[in-house]
Design a protein around this ligand. Structure first.
Ligand SMILES: C[S@@+](CC[C@H](N)C(=O)[O-])C[C@H]1O[C@@H](n2cnc3c(N)ncnc32)[C@H](O)[C@@H]1O
Length: 328
C-alpha cells in the first residue's frame, strides 16, 4: 500500500476541517452584537416573527435582562454589554419565540395604571377587564360609601385591588378557588397597601398575622360569610371550541382560569343561581362575559333574579363584554 499517497490526500482534508471548525466558532463571536443598539435590533428582528410590537418587546426584554429602566437603553445605545448578558437576553428572546407570554417573562403586568406581579398561577389581566372595572367605577352604585363588594375569581387580584384603591371606604372580599392564585393576589394587595381591607383565608393565617392580609379561598360565592352590595367577576368563560381554536395563544395560562365548561357559561350560570342568597336587596352584579353567551346568561339571570334588569355593554372592539344586573 502506498502510504505516502494516502497521507497526501488526507492532509488537505484535515486542514480544511481545522479551518472550518475555527470559522464555526469564531464567526458567531465576530457577528455577535457588541452594544445595546445591536442587541435591540437583533431582538426586534427575531421577535417580528411572532409580534407586531417587536421593537417594544425587544426593549422590555433587554431592560429585564440588565435590570435597568427604558431610559437607560436610549442613553447608552453604544454601550457594550457582556457576552453573559447577551446570552441571557438571547435566551429570553428564544423563550418568547415559543409564544410564552411576555408578561410571564417579565413577571408583571400593568392594569388600570397599577403594576401587578404575576406568574403562571394566574391569568394575565386583560384590557377588557379594565373596561369592566371602569364601567363599575362609573356606575351609580359605586358612588355609595361603605359598600361591601365581592370579587369572585380574583386571580392576581387586579379587580379587587384597583377597586380598593379607588373606593377607600369599601370593604372588599377577594375570592378564588386556587390557593396559588390567592398567594399572588395577596402579594399584590400588600404591594399596593390595601391588604388590611381584604378578608381572611385559612391557608395564609401566618402571613395574615404578619401583614394583616386576608383572602377567601372557595368555590364561587360559597365562602362569603355575609351579603354584599356588589358582586363583580371575571370568571372563566372560554368554551371548548374557543379553547381549541385559541390554544396556541392560551396554552401557557392556567386552564382553570380560562375554561368555562363545554359552552363557556358553566361558572357564570352557577354564580347567577347562587347570587340571590349572597346579594343584598338593592345589590348589583357586574360580569365579564363572552358575546356568544350574553343572551343565555340574561335568561339565567331572569330565572334567578327576576326583579333585576339586565344591561349589556360592548367593549372597545365592539363586542358585548359586560353583563350588568341592577334593580329595576
Ligand atoms: C378569568 S380568571 C380572572 C382573574 C382576574 N379576576 C382577572 O380578571 O384577571 C378566573 C379566575 O377564577 C378562578 N376560578 C375558577 N373557578 C372558580 C370557582 N369555581 N370559584 C372561584 N374562583 C374560581 C380561577 O382560579 C381564576 O383565578
Amino acid at each position: 500500500m502506498n502510504l505516502n499517497v494516502s497521507m497526501e490526500r488526507v492532509a488537505p482534508l484535515r486542514i480544511s476541517i481545522f479551518y472550518k471548525t475555527i470559522f464555526f466558532f469564531v464567526t458567531p463571536i465576530m457577528k455577535s452584537p457588541k452594544n445595546i443598539k445591536c442587541l435591540l435590533q437583533k431582538g426586534e428582528q427575531k421577535l417580528q416573527k411572532i409580534s407586531k410590537e417587536a421593537r417594544i418587546e425587544s426593549e422590555l426584554l433587554l431592560c429585564h435582562t440588565i435590570k435597568k429602566p427604558k431610559e437607560y437603553l436610549f442613553q447608552n445605545l453604544e454601550k457594550k454589554i457582556s457576552k453573559n448578558t447577551e446570552n441571557k437576553f438571547k435566551h429570553l428572546v428564544k423563550k418568547r419565540l415559543t409564544r410564552f407570554p411576555l408578561a410571564y417573562i417579565l413577571g408583571k403586568k400593568e392594569f388600570f395604571g397599577l403594576g401587578f406581579k404575576i406568574n403562571q398561577n394566574v391569568l394575565i389581566p386583560r384590557p377588557e377587564t379594565e373596561e369592566l372595572v371602569e364601567y363599575f367605577l362609573k356606575s351609580k352604585i359605586a358612588k355609595k360609601k361603605n359598600l361591601k363588594i365581592a370579587d369572585i375569581g380574583t386571580g392576581c387580584g387586579c379587580i379587587a385591588i384597583t377597586i380598593a384603591k379607588k373606593l377607600p371606604t369599601a370593604k372588599i372580599y377577594a375570592t378564588d378557588i386556587s390557593q396559588s392564585a390567592l398567594k399572588v393576589a395577596h402579594a399584590n394587595a400588600r404591594r399596593h397597601h390595601v391588604s388590611k381591607r381584604i378578608n381572611p383565608a385559612p391557608f395564609c393565617r401566618k402571613a395574615a398575622k404578619r401583614c394583616g392580609i386576608k383572602f377567601l379561598k372557595g368555590n364561587l360565592l360559597s365562602c362569603l360569610s355575609e351579603k354584599v352590595d356588589v358582586i363583580i367577576a371575571n370568571l372563566p368563560y372560554i368554551s371548548d371550541k374557543d379553547y381549541q381554536k385559541y390554544f396556541k395563544n392560551l396554552k401557557f395560562e392556567p386552564r382553570k382560569a380560562l375554561f368555562g365548561g363545554r359552552n363557556g357559561s358553566f361558572y357564570i350560570k352557577k354564580l347567577l343561581r347562587a347570587a340571590p342568597k349572597y346579594l343584598k336587596p338593592n345589590g348589583e352584579i357586574f360580569l365579564e362575559t363572552s358575546p356568544e353567551q350574553s343572551l343565555e346568561l340574561i335568561l339565567e339571570a331572569k330565572k334567578n333574579l327576576p326583579k333585576m334588569k339586565a344591561e349589556l355593554k360592548k367593549d372597545l372592539s365592539g363586542k358585548i363584554r359586560i353583563l350588568h344586573l341592577k334593580q329595576k
